[in-house]
Design a protein around this ligand. Structure first.
Ligand code: HEC
Length: 221
């Protein structure tokens, strides 16, 4: 029997393997996730907004004039508007370039950030497009809720190095209106209020983290 040239056999194997792996990736990364998540209901912003987070009311109390000017009364309707705007700013300012929104089941990430991410917390309108992210220059943000106060976030967005001296995060001065009188602190504008509210919402549904294990306790039997 005549032997086919090696190069021809190699090309056939490559073609079959290529098509095979393409099929496998469609199965694993498209069909399987679709099957796993199609039972999970897609939550709308209006549904989320039925229960505004305490930090939203705190923003209204802390910056009353700014809040009234840009969002009016703090209620479900203004909360929905602030959430949508916060998500749009997160995309527009490329926060996703440095931050992920996904706690991975590796490297003890659950100890640092809390429960490993699950499908239901991403099945909502604010995750269209999904913001899982691809790299982490800064920490994961999906469990940000309540980690810092609103005033910390205001200072951090205005100038990150005021609160974290070694930070490489850019300052976002355009999230603030200039002070009314020289010497007064700058006040967050619509963008500033919206992004603080959005970051405080991320993970507001999650169980709080257990208290850290202190070295003294760890030493006990
Ligand atoms: C160049 C990369 C970079 C970009 C872009 C960036 N960040 Fe950060 N961010 C960091 C780093 C690094 C830290 C950790 C140091 C610090 O707290 O400033 C951080 C910290 C944070 C924290 C505090 C997290 C914590 O758990 O303490 C929040 C919230 C945050 N960033 C939100 C944002 C938002 C919202 C945007 C977009 C408007 C953004 N970041 C853009 C790099 C970035």
């Amino acid at each position: 029997m005549e032997q086919r040239p090696v190069i021809e056999r190699f090309a056939t194997v490559t073609l079959v393997a290529g098509v095979g792996f393409f099929g496998l990736s469609v199965l694993l990364f498209a069909w399987l996730p679709f099957q796993l998540t199609r039972q999970v209901p897609m939550v709308t912003v209006e549904e989320i907004a039925k229960q505004p987070i305490p930090e939203f009311y705190d923003l209204a109390r802390r910056y009353p004039e700014q809040f009234m000017k840009y969002f009016g009364e703090p209620n479900s309707e203004s909360y929905a508007r602030a959430l949508r705007m916060g998500r749009d700013i997160y995309i527009a300012e490329a926060c996703w370039h440095c931050h992920s929104q996904f706690v991975r089941p590796v490297s003890n990430e659950d100890i640092r950030f809390g429960r490993v991410s699950y499908a239901a917390e991403h099945q909502n309108e604010l995750q269209l497009p999904q913001l899982l992210g691809t790299r982490r220059v800064g920490p994961d943000l999906i469990r940000s809720a309540g980690k810092h106060g609103n005033d910390w976030h205001a200072a951090h967005f205005y100038e990150p190095r005021w609160v974290v001296p070694t930070s490489v995060m850019p300052s976002y001065k355009w999230f603030f209106d200039p002070p009314a009188k020289p010497g007064d602190p700058p006040q967050p504008n619509a963008r500033g209020l919206a992004i603080i509210n959005y970051v405080q919402w991320l993970g507001s549904w999650a169980e709080p983290l257990p208290p850290p294990i202190l070295p003294a306790q760890a030493a006990q039997p």
